[in-house]
Design a protein around this ligand. Structure first.
Ligand SMILES: *Cc1c(COP(=O)(O)O)cnc(C)c1O
Length: 424
């Protein structure tokens, strides 16, 4: 198995943080060497940012084993982000599907998704490194909004790179970022979407590393980012494991999460990787895996190097990166974090997919059965669950599914796609 079971970073185990804030479990194992997860990961970057990545790695190692840092992070997670988030047993949905479904409620956090966990951690690191500015990339704008939120809280200058196409599609999130005091930089190169925004953010960072931290939004990018983001998100899985044990008296049979870059899934899986639970990542199948218009990088990607890491990417025969497609902007990325690629290769996690249409079904199903409107990203996981209950998921199975965000941001878009009748 590629996931190391012994500590490889040379630090002693730290006791869980208890008391005032959110309970944080001991740090998880770090990647080996230069951020390798099996054959994936690494640090493929220009010489000019190597020193900044090394500084970041050093600071993170020290911070993550410092009681003071962990206490501050834990307190922020509790008093600002609203953790711990509950786990909700879905009785109606369970009855409908013939399985037992528990939702991990990241939709209930401040700003409405799991992204707040990561940005609060990285904002604390920024302060610790004595830097005053953050830059970030964003696709749909969710990570941009979360970064702008943390920047406002910490008094940091914030610049968000966003594809010009996305700036147009996501006008409300652009306005939100500006309201929070951030500068939004439209990126016109390439296809003017997320992958181009990451390219430009990295280019900007090369020239600004002295006083600027690059706050990456998922478990992607060069080492140490995939590791840092997984560790800041593992609170999701650690909480969920304890909560599921309290409800079920056992670990769940299945742990399910949607996969864009893979941060909510990786944070969730980190809490269960040592258990017997089957780990399932649900990717965006878009118009269908055969259509070529999807975002299923594990299912249909091939190994390559992009954005500083070796992982699985959607590519043509010449190795050119292909455009991803998904109904949900958050899953619209042509790659996946290297640790997912390694978990898939080792067979420890399995990767499935749901189409745009199945995501819409999931969106509606959870709304009508439980009164919970999911974001379109985790609606893929719900859609997959509905399709596979009684099949891949045998009747009577127990399932923990991470609801990575709430659907308010998607209501406008879905209202144009779902005809609910006139209600008369
Ligand atoms: C951004 C986002 C995702 C996709 O990102 P991951 O890194 O794969 O978690 C999923 N769900 C929501 C609600 C998001 O905002």
């Amino acid at each position: 198995m590629a996931f190391p079971s012994i500590r490889s970073d040379g630090y002693p185990m730290t006791a869980p943080v208890r008391g005032g804030g959110v309970r944080l479990d001991p740090p998880g194992p770090g990647p080996v060497g230069l951020g390798r997860f099996g054959e994936f990961g690494g640090r493929f970057v220009p010489e000019t940012i190597v020193a900044a990545l090394e500084q970041l790695e050093r600071e993170f190692r020290d911070a993550w084993h410092s009681d003071a840092f962990r206490a501050e992070f834990s307190s922020l997670l509790q008093h600002y982000a609203g953790r711990p988030t509950p786990i909700t047993e879905c009785r109606n949905l369970s009855e409908r599907l013939g399985i037992r479904v528990l939702l991990k409620r990241e939709d209930l956090t401040h700003t409405g998704s799991h992204k707040i966990n990561n940005v609060l951690g990285q904002a604390l690191l920024t302060k610790r490194m004595g830097k005053q500015k953050v830059i970030a990339e964003t696709g749909a704008g969710q990570h941009g909004v979360a970064t702008a939120t943390a920047a406002a809280l910490f008094g940091l200058e914030c610049k968000v790179f966003m594809g010009a196409t996305d700036v147009e599609r996501q006008a409300l999130n652009v306005w939100r970022m500006r309201l929070l005091g951030a500068e939004v930089v439209p990126v016109t190169s390439g296809s003017a979407t997320l992958k181009d925004a990451i390219n430009d953010a990295m280019r900007d960072w090369v020239a600004s590393v002295e006083d600027t931290h690059y706050c990456i939004g998922s478990v992607v990018g060069p080492h140490p980012y995939p590791w840092i983001v997984r560790e800041f998100q593992r609170v999701v899985g650690d909480e969920a494991r304890e909560q599921a044990r309290a409800v079920l008296g056992d670990d769940p049979d299945f742990v399910v999460a949607c996969v864009g870059g893979g941060s909510n899934a990786m944070g969730t899986f980190a809490g269960f990787v040592e258990t017997r639970s089957r780990l399932i990542g649900v990717e965006a199948a878009g118009f269908g895996l055969e259509s070529g218009k999807h975002g299923a990088s594990v299912s249909r990607g091939v190994p390559g190097v992009l954005h500083g890491a070796r992982s699985l990417y959607l590519q043509d025969e010449d190795g050119q990166i292909l455009e991803a497609h998904s109904i949900s902007a958050g899953l619209d990325y042509p790659g996946v974090g290297p640790e997912h690629a390694a978990l898939a290769g080792a067979g420890r996690a399995e990767y499935a997919s749901a189409t745009d249409a199945e995501a819409l079904d999931g969106f509606r199903l959870l709304s009508v059965t439980e009164g919970i409107v999911p974001a379109l990203e985790p609606a893929h996981a719900i859609g997959w669950l509905a399709r596979e209950a009684g099949g891949t998921i045998p009747e009577g199975s127990t399932v923990v599914l991470t609801l990575s965000g709430r659907g308010d941001k998607d209501a406008q878009q879905v209202s144009e796609l779902l005809d609910l009748g006139d209600g008369a």
